[in-house]
Design a protein around this ligand. Structure first.
Ligand SMILES: [Fe+2]
Ligand SMILES: [Fe+2]
Length: 474
């Protein structure tokens, strides 16, 4: 399963054996390169970046590290190996052989799922476009570019499916994926969180921790799909997604480490004093956490959703770890708890499990996200400091679903508009918080040097030293 890099589009899907498809993708490729030139990392032209490129999908060989001249990264198409005799594992088609072609009756829904996933990939590159100009170190700059090129490759992964399996409307969707723009008033990206700005590096680390983790859960659900090419594509994407979440978790952890060091030097937890030393105070980090957590909650969609039920029943999108769950995989007669606002309070009600699949995925996600927050807390604990970070209630600050109709505080209490207005600045970053964090951002380009607001990482990339020249500017 190695990849032929002499081909124009590296792939392990035998593109050379399907000339029509190859030509369609070779036609899309220059449009992709134009998009990358316009919307990819700002000012990175001609940089040599120490990047990981997939050269094979087997566990030993998929991570090949070398310097790559930045605009010449070779985006390819890779699917995990086929599982012999794979079946549709849930829904009304359960037990049928997995589909190698798109079933006509499910075509529109499948295309919608692929387009929605595909749209998030270029969106995050657009959101992060300017961050290279203020990277706190060469190590971090390299990680940013790694995430960016892989999101570009994830776009390729979805565009391959559209071109290979959806004919003319697939090709039109592939073009539209390069036309929408994050935050554009007239032609925005599909999902709300992907139209928010990623204004600074703390936001970037929070985004890669929280929002890329939503990506993980969406990909895990799609990796259960009865449509086998989608399942295999998403399985391979997950190996890359893991690094994005690593960048987020260690990034936030290093910001916390630096803050704790400054607090101990000062023997003070006064945010103003911490800020005066050029570090980010823990309450500000908590507000960033609250914001990114709540924005990501919305990405899972409405708590009760007939679309989610349809996607599941028809075998298109499964649950997280579907095949490890011991039930009928049909959800006949099953129920699942969802939240509702009733008489000024959050109450738990039972919804049909089929309709509550977004909520179930959200809950699976929350468990995973909380574990990393506890790892951040251990950094604070080790520094001998009493404060702890905490995820807000999953109903906090929601913009989608019935919970968006109420004002809900981080503890999960329904509050008035007046109370929200009065306390909002304690809970989510204010303009002043963002301006302060922005004031710390500045590019650090000497190997082994780090901006004052962040600690160095424990180790380098691919066993290279921390002071390795991860980027050469030429
Ligand atoms: Fe991605
Ligand atoms: Fe990602």
């Amino acid at each position: 399963m190695s990849i032929d890099y002499s081909e124009q589009i590296p792939n392990n899907v035998d593109l050379a054996g399907n000339k029509t498809l190859q030509r369609a993708l070779e036609h899309w490729q220059p449009e992709f390169r134009n998009w990358w030139g316009e919307m990819g990392p700002d000012g990175s032209q001609n940089f040599d970046v120490y990047l990981r490129t997939a050269v094979s999908v087997d566990p030993k060989g998929w991570a090949h590290f070398d310097y790559v001249k930045m605009p010449d990264y070779r985006w390819g198409i890779f699917l995990n190996a086929a599982e012999p005799d794979r079946k549709v594992n849930f829904g009304v088609h359960k037990g049928e052989p997995a589909w190698q072609e798109v079933p006509g009756e499910h075509r529109a829904n499948l295309r919608r799922l692929i387009v929605t996933q595909g749209d998030t990939e270029p969106a995050s590159v657009e959101q992060q476009r300017h961050l290279g100009l203020t990277a706190p170190s060469l190590y971090d700059l390299r990680n940013l570019f790694q995430v960016n090129v892989e999101e570009g490759r994830h776009l390729w992964a979805m565009v391959y499916l559209l071109h290979a399996y959806f004919g003319r409307d697939g090709r039109e969707e592939a073009e539209a994926l390069l036309e929408r723009r994050s935050g554009d008033a007239d032609n925005p990206r599909i999902l709300g969180a992907f139209n928010e700005k990623t204004p600074d590096w703390l936001a970037f680390f929070m985004f890669t921790y929280f929002t890329d983790r939503d990506g993980k859960y969406q990909l895990c659900s799609l990796a259960e799909s009865g449509f086998d090419p989608l399942a295999r594509t998403c399985r391979f994407m997950l190996t890359e997604e893991a690094h994005h979440m690593f960048v987020g978790e260690t990034g936030v952890g290093r910001v916390i480490q630096r803050t704790c060091d400054v607090m101990n030097q000062l023997a003070s937890d006064d945010p103003a004093k911490v800020r005066a030393q050029g570090a980010i105070d823990l309450p500000t980090i908590q507000r960033y956490l609250n914001f990114h957590f709540s924005v990501t909650m919305d990405l899972f969609g409405a708590d009760v959703s007939s679309n989610a039920a349809t996607f599941y029943s028809t075998g298109l999108k499964g649950r997280f770890d579907e095949t490890k769950i011991a039930d009928d995989h049909l959800l006949t007669g099953a129920s699942y708890p969802v939240l509702e606002v009733r008489d000024g309070k959050l109450v738990v009600t039972d919804a049909p499990a089929l309709n509550a699949l977004n909520e179930k995925l959200r809950d699976d996600y929350v468990k995973d996200a909380l574990a990393g927050i506890e790892r951040w807390n251990r950094i604070i604990e080790k520094a001998g400091l009493p404060m702890r970070l905490k995820a807000p209630h999953k109903a906090f600050n929601r913009k989608i679903g019935p919970l968006s109709a109420a004002r809900i505080d981080p503890e999960g209490s329904v509050i008035s508009d007046g109370e929200w207005a009065a306390k909002q600045a304690q809970w989510i970053p204010s303009e002043a918080d963002r301006a302060f964090v922005a004031s710390l951002m500045g590019r650090v380009v000497e190997p082994g040097q780090f901006a004052n607001w962040i600690a160095p990482p424990a180790r380098g990339i691919n066993n290279q030293p921390v002071d390795f020249a991860y980027v050469r500017f030429n």
